[in-house]
Design a protein around this ligand. Structure first.
Ligand code: NAD
Ligand code: G3P
Length: 327
């Protein structure tokens, strides 16, 4: 998206072959082989050179790093940045760092901002935030319009992202509710698996609408308990991303659910190495809910089906048989 309007966009890829294909052929053969990337897009396999390129930027929009790695790679990339960043004085020009990953660490139950803080806090002039919202990578790469939200403690981070993306097909909103944005991004993946299972079982569009609506209530319940703002969950990073992921055929989390509803096993579905963050974070979401004494029935049902051998029709029957309650 950035390279559609800027000549200074540079991708770092850890695989030099991938960097060469993106930088020279303007193609991403592994993930989007049929889409021509902007000719202005440059790429490198040299991590230090990519970092130096950002530090050389003359304004905050140029000194912006966007980490497009999954949860599993976030800590490692942040540690690499911490190790490679030259010592900075408090008056050094600000650098803004965003991450796009949506999830919870399955082992430690940490949120992305906590993982980033562990690796990068205390570095002078480095401001961090999360970039989230309804955004299938394929559609972004095709240059189709997209609206996203940046959440960061420093309002300058949202402004830097707005300036960087201005003139592209991406519109950026700002908020300071990092926790609310991260809970929405992580939990919508679990709800997309639930909707996929329902659709794989051919339970109909009424059932899907019910899962989206009650799923949103569940996301908001957990998010508010963890300190997020209730309004955030009806914005782009909550309702917006939930609707996209629960209904859009491009969603990998939804695809996992559909395949399970159709009778395939999780091991079989994930054997090709697909990234489906909802699978990795469902248990952590369940554990956090229990720790806070919250009722998260759809998350419980997804965990039951994914990990505890509960048959999908049995999970549906259990959800329907719950005691009646007010909405
Ligand atoms: N794909 C989408 O449509 C989309 C949209 C918005 C947000 N997200 C979120 O962004 C994150 C990344 O998603 P994705 O689909 O791009 O994932 P992906 O699995 O395609 O990985 C993206 C890139 O990160 C690289 N990578 C993985 N671990 C790394 C590491 N330790 N160091 C360096 N590079 C590493 C991969 O090789 C790949 O090139 C996920 O959390 C996802 O939920 C994805
Ligand atoms: O393909 P998914 O299910 O990981 O969803 C991708 C993005 O998170 C949609 O905003």
């Amino acid at each position: 998206a950035l390279a559609s309007a800027r000549s200074d966009a540079l991708i770092w890829a850890r695989d030099p072959e991938q960097a060469r294909a993106i930088g020279q052929q303007h193609l991403n053969p592994r993930h989007l082989p049929d889409i021509a990337l902007p000719s202005a897009l440059r790429a490198t396999g040299d991590f230090d050179a990519a970092l130096a390129h950002v530090l050389d930027g003359s304004d905050p929009a140029e000194r912006l790093i966007v980490l497009g790695v999954p949860m599993a790679g976030l800590a490692e990339v942040c540690r690499r940045i911490a190790a490679a960043l030259p010592a900075r004085t408090p008056d050094a020009p600000p650098v803004h760092l965003l991450w796009t990953c949506k999830g919870i660490s399955p082992d430690t139950h940490e949120w992305p901002h906590q993982i980033v803080a562990q690796a990068l806090s205390g570095i002078a002039g480095l401001h961090t935030g999360v970039l989230s919202g309804p955004s299938f990578a394929r559609e972004v790469a095709q240059g189709l319009p997209v609206a996203l939200t940046v959440a960061g403690r420093d309002p300058g981070t949202g402004r830097a992202a707005q300036a960087a993306f201005h003139g592209t097909r991406a519109r950026i909103y700002g908020t300071r509710d990092v926790m609310g944005v991260e809970v929405g991004g992580a939990l919508k993946n679990v709800m997309a698996i639930a909707c996929g299972i329902s659709d794989g079982l051919r339970l109909g569009t009424n059932a899907r609408a019910a899962l989206i609506t009650r799923g949103l209530a569940e996301i908001q319940r957990l998010g508010v308990a963890l300190g997020g703002q209730a309004d955030t969950f009806i914005g782009l990073t909550g309702l917006g991303d939930l609707v996209l992921t629960a209904t859009g055929e491009l969603s990998r989390n939804r695809q996992v659910g559909v395949a399970i509803g159709q009778g395939r096993t999780l091991d079989d579905i994930l054997a090709g190495g697909m990234t489906a963050e909802g699978v990795r974070c469902a248990r952590a979401a369940q554990a956090l809910g229990r720790r806070h004494g919250l009722d998260l029935p759809i998350t419980d049902a997804v965990c039951g089906v994914l990990f505890d051998g509960v048959a999908p029709p049995q999970a549906v029957a259990a959800l329907l048989a719950r005691d009646p309650r007010d909405e």
